[in-house]
Each structure stands twice: as structure tokens, then as C-alpha cells.
Design a protein around this ligand. Sequence first.
Ligand code: B3K
Ligand code: ZN
Length: 869
Amino acid sequence: MSQKPVIYLKDYQAPAYQILTTDLRFELNTEETLVTSHLRIVRAEGADTQAPLQLHGHESVELISLTLDGQPLAAQQWQREGELLSLQALPAEFELICVTRIHPAQNTALEGLYLSDGIYATQCEAEGFRRITFFPDRPDVMSVFTTTLIADQSQYPILLSNGNPIAQGELEGGRHWVTWQDPHPKPAYLFALVAGNLSKFEDHFTTVSGRKVLLQIYAEAKDLDKLAYAMDSLKRAMQWDEEVYGREYDLDIYMIVAVDFFNMGAMENKGLNIFNTACVLAHPRTTTDAAFQRVESVVAHEYFHNWSGNRVTCRDWFQLSLKEGFTVFRDQCFSADMHSETLKRVEEVSMLRTAQFAEDAGPMAHPVRPESFIEISNFYTLTVYEKGAEVVRMLHTLLGPELFRQGTDLYFARHDGQAVTTDDFVQAMADVSGRDLSQFKRWYSQAGTPRLQVRDEYDAAQQIYRLRLKQSCPATPEAAEKLPFHMPVKISLLDDEGALIPGTQQVLELTAAEQVFEFTQIQAQPLPSLLQGFSAPVKLDYPYTDAQLAFLSKHDNDGFNRWEAGQQLAVRLLQRLIADYQAGKPFSLEARLVEVWSSILEDEQIDPAMKSLLLTLPSEAYLSELAEVIDPDAIHQARRFLRQALAQALEAQWLNLWTAMDSEAAYQPTREEIARRSLKNTCLGYLMTLDNAAYLALAESQFNAADNMTEQQAALMAVAHSNFSDSAAALLDEFFHQWQHESLVMNQWLGIQASDPKPGALARVELLRQHPIYDARNPNKLRAVIGTFCQQNPVNFHALDGQGYAFLADRILELDRQNPQIASRLLTPLTRWRKYDAQRQQLMQAQLQRILQEPNLSGDVYEVASKSV
Ligand code: B3K
Ligand code: ZN
């Protein structure tokens, strides 16, 4: 049993006290850290005079003293129970001094203040500040923070916190101190400090009103040459936010610190972002194009939070998508502007449809604004982030760009400095547009992936074309019955040459369970292009013929839907192959897909990046999400067969295209060059399925000639996953020796091996765990080995001997004591047992039961495991 109670949105109560100022003093010592907090507190207007002050404090925090207005607090005036410290009989205004002792070196949860790799760093969102001191650790309590850090000068020459440095000095015994002040009131979750021996890369940005902002990125000295891209991304993000949202930065300094031990990607602490090295370091030799783009988007995301999250924050954690969904939407649009709208959309939708739809279909399904939680860390989900971004995107689609911008202007102006709700966000959109968005808000309160069924009829005599739209939504844990959503469905009608019928590109607004839309003066039966740009996060059902899909993949006037048509065609074919495999029938290749793939390969009009995407078959994860009952072997074998068959049927074309995309030119991170490398790697991937020594040589030559990680890593992966075992081992070894001192590259090396679908993966993974570069305390290493094996190697993880499941449960039980957040994240694959056959269901459930029997399970793992059995 977990001791942690369930928290409900309906129980929200405004805080009874506000903290005007928070002065913190940290004495950082190897054994322990002493924290002195000095708070000026006032009772909130209208609050009960008897109301207690409730401070949060984690069990690991040792309370040394509490002083109220200069007097030690009497024993009967306070009480500590669980995570709450309640103070009674308080004046309307008072000062509280609280001294606590904490142990950052022993903090393996990486929440609160922790010391790892010789660097002190913090992570306070969502509820980490309570691991530092006693405080109202809730986002609607905001205060002005002043922070003094004291530490050994030679070990920790750099001492950082939020805001501006206002004083510093030296102390006896080789110690020094720095005081920082952040003038902007903020909730405790945005507090940060860093102390360490770090090097910095500096630049400036001049804001639209002419203020010069100092930009600093801190990292270990050895990584100083990997910071330029993050800096460039930051400057572009600052400018984009001024141009697109009218948002200017508000401090004189903006700092980013890279740390290697971090539970997630990055954190938007006011003026002092802390980043996982994986999301900030970038160099062509060590970083793939995909990772470059991730750096760009995470840097932008955290920067955009300065307005959507920090200046306007969340009232409570149920409102998390207020800042996350909106900020993801903002970073998505930024990346689309920097690169290509269609490519970015394909990437977003692929992720949504595999991972978020799967979440919606599983036991942890929850609305974008959840109603309850045990551990809020479990709700930093694809639903809150990615579906939340889709909800904001739908508002953008419904209102159009101008009104949407007026809406965000109003939202920022109206709520600057406040802690608000998703209702407040939608209200601003309603106010500027004069629209009633009350039905729209169901996207926030109802979980589940809606189904959109579309049927049509053409009345040739009347020249009328009708689209009948029908929506429904499956039951999810929070509700069996769903009310209709307000859904923007962007469509076009095409004639039989593939041209847009004038006037038919529009956004249909579906609000009822069923609605008919009529188009007049349509001279011949049109072909509809539906849900263009994936205008709503739903599963579309329209009875296209294979021929129509092939036609749309060439002629659709929407780039996203061109890709989508090709994908759906491949999905159908793969689903037929999966059924054949299950029926014990031999595989056979249908001519239609070969024709479509061949014409894509030959088409010189398609840009290489798009071509690469068009030629990539739907992933095993997407096929799994679509399956009624997931059969990992059938899915893997069907996809493998199809890849191989397409490689064989179009062998010369793949090779020609690889050659055309090969180039002697030095690495450049430009859009054209990224596209070229992507297509080249796609071709190599197909060729390598042929088990032909000539292509092995081609891959090895690509590996050796590459001056960049994108081409080197793709070649390594192709060889490592091939049947040429000796060459695979040799190349992995060579790569290891080349890059063993680059921790992030080693994560790739581990991941490539953990995802190898060949039999025996679990034994290989066990060896990787013994490897000297593996560190079970480092979340990046855990993700690279355990996360990758359990989530990206389905044939091996789901092996019928159940050993993959037992392996994961062992790791969860081990990790739960060390880092509950990571343990709970890694648990996800076991929670999906309902989608598998009876035998696997039973094996997976048994492991969940085993986990639940552990006596002192964390709230994190308890919540996920108990909701899943
Ligand atoms: N806001 C942080 C996420 C914090 C997660 C805490 N468990 C990063 C981001 O979304 O920008
Ligand atoms: Zn965020």
C-alpha cells in the first residue's frame, strides 16, 4: 500500500497565506547542506484568521529549527505529519526562519538538490522544493527569491541561482559566496541553483526594445566546443517569440547549465535553465541531425516557458497542460518555421499516434486536465504535452492566426504574474473571438481518442456532394460515456485529375455526434482529402480504395495528407501480411506498393527529406497501436519481409539514389544537407536488408568516410542489426574505441545494441549492464539500455518465455528505491498487457503483481502498477 493520498482537482482551495519574500542561504558541504530560509508571510485576504499555514517537507529533510518573529516556535504551535508541517495560531503578518539539513550526495532521486558528477544541481518541478526546505510547495504561492550560496571556491568556482547576481565575497578556509536575486515573484518549482567547476560559452541578444541580455551556457570544460548550436537556437527562439507572439525577455541574464544526470530533458527555471546534456550539447562529429533538431526545439521550449509558464503559471498541477500543451505548440511552430512545416507535422503526428494514442488506450489514460493523481510526476505525459499541444492547435485552427494571436495577447496581459487555469486560457480565446468555446473545453476534461467516421454520397443530378461525419469516443477509466467534441475537420475536394475543386478547402466544424455537410455545384464525383494537416487528434475512418490512396499520395493538395495516404496504403498491406503470418501462409508482395514506392523513388519533384519519410514504412509501434491484439512476432516479421521485398524489387533504384545522395562535401547542418543525409540513410537501410556483402561494404565505407554522426551512426546501426555478426561486432568495437570518452555517443552505442531485434537480446543487454561505461544511477544510461530494450525491441522484450518481463520487473524493484520517477516511467510497457494475447497477458500481470507486493513501494510506482493490474 502507498501512504500517499489521492489528490483531487475538485478539492482545490486557495492558499491561506502568501509568501512575500523568500531569502535562502545554502551552506554546501560534502557531507550535508544546511539551508536557512527566511520568509515574510501575510495571511491572504479573506482567509480564515484561524487558518493554519501549511508547509510541505519531504521525509528526507531534517528540521533543525523554526523561529517565528524572532522566537523559537512553541511545540504546541506546530505539527509535522507526512509531508505536511502545519503552523497554528498565527498573526496576520509574520517572519518565519526555518533551518533544515539535507544530504545532496545521497539524493539519487535527482529531485530537489542533488550532487552528481561533482556538480550540485536542483530539480524542483513539480514537488522537489520540499526536499530542500519547508515551504508552501504549490504553484499558486509566488514570492521574490534571494539566494546566497556558500561553497568551497576551488571545487565549486561557479555558484548560480535565479535572477541577477547582486553580491559576492570570499570567506576563510577557501570558501566563497554569491548572492542572487530574482525580481519576478515565482512559485518554488521554478527555483534553481547550480554549483560546480563549469566552463561557459557567452553571447548577447538585444531585445526588441533595445535591452542587451547576456546569454551564458555552462558545461564541463571538455564540452565547450559543443555549445554553439544551443546558443544559436536560443537567439533564434528569442527573436521568434518577439516576432510571432510579441514576447520580450525580462531579465538581463539568461543562463543554461548542462548536467549529465537529469530525470528528463530540461527545466525552465527562471533565468537559469538546467538541461540534460543530451538536449544541449551538439557537434556534427558526435551528434546526429535528429539530435541537433531536438536541441533546437528543447532550447526553444524552455525559453518559451518564460512567458507560457513562468510569467503566467499554473494554479495547481491539474492545469499542467496550460503551460506544457501551449509551450509544446509554440516550440512545434518554431521548429516548423525553422525547417519544414510538413516534415515537422509528420514527426508530431507519428509520435502522437503511436505513443499518445497508446496511452489513451491503456490503464493510465487521463484527460489533458486530469481530475486526480497520487504522484504528479506520473502526469508529465504525452497526453498533457502532445495532446495538450493538439488542443491548442485546434484553437488556432478554429480562430485563425490573427484572432489566436489576439487571444494570446489578451491571455498574457490579463494574467501576467498570476497562477491560472486552462479555463482562463480558453476564456481569453472566447473573449477575442466572440465564440462560445464551452463545448470545446471537453477536449480538456474527457480522455480517450475520438473516432471520426466519414461517409459520402454524390447526387449527380443535383450536383450535390454530401459528407456525413460521425464521432464517438471509447470509454476510458474516468468516464464510460463521452459527450461530442467540438472538432475542426479540415478538408478539400479533389477532381479526377487531382486538382482542388475551387472553394472546397475549408474547416468543417463538427459539434454533434453526427452531422452532414453539403457541397453544391460539384460537377463530378470528387475525392475528399480529409483531416488535412491532422486537424484533430482522432482516428479517421473513410473507405478509401487502395487505388485512391495511391492517387492521393501523389496528388493531395496537403503535404501531410500525401504522406498519410502512402502510409495508410502501407499499413493495409502490412496488416494483410500480419494476417498471413498468423494464418501460416507464405508472404507475398503486392504490386501496388512496389509501383507507389518506385514512383516516389523516381520522382525528382519530391524533396529528399519528404522522399525519405514517404519511403519509410510505418513503425512496429504504430502497427501495434492499430492492432486489436498485438502480435509482436507477426508485426516484426511482416515489416521485415516488406522492407526486404521492397529492397529487392527496387534494388537498382535504392543504390542509384544512395549514390546520388552521397557527397564529398564537408558537413553542413542546412536543411538541404539534412535532407540528403536522411534519404541516403534510408536507402542504405533498405539495401542492408538484402544480406549482400556488397552492401555491407557500402555501409562500412559510409561508416569510415563519414565526417558526421548522422551518417556514421546510421551505417553502424545497419551493420549492427544485420546478420553479418562478425562485421557487426567489429564495427561496434571500432565505434566504441573511437567514442568511449563521449558519454552521449556511448548512449547511442548502448541503444543500438539494446534495440537489435536478433534473438538473444536479453543476454546482450545483461552484458551491457556490466559494461564499465554503464552507470545505473544515470537516467540517460538507464533509458539507453533498459528503456530501449523494453520499448524498442518488441520481439525480444515480449519473448514468450516471459524473461523480458521478469527482467523489467527486477529493474523496477531495484530502481524504485533509487529513483522512483525513472522507475515509474520505465514501467509503461508492462501496463499495456491488455493489448496482448492471453499467455503474454498472464505473464505481464504476474510481474505487475510481483511489483505490487513489494512493501515500501514509492507513490510513483504504486500509482502506475495499481492502476494497471
Ligand atoms: N517543465 C519541465 C518538466 C518537469 C518534469 C518534472 N517531473 C520541462 C518542460 O516541460 O519544459
Ligand atoms: Zn515544458
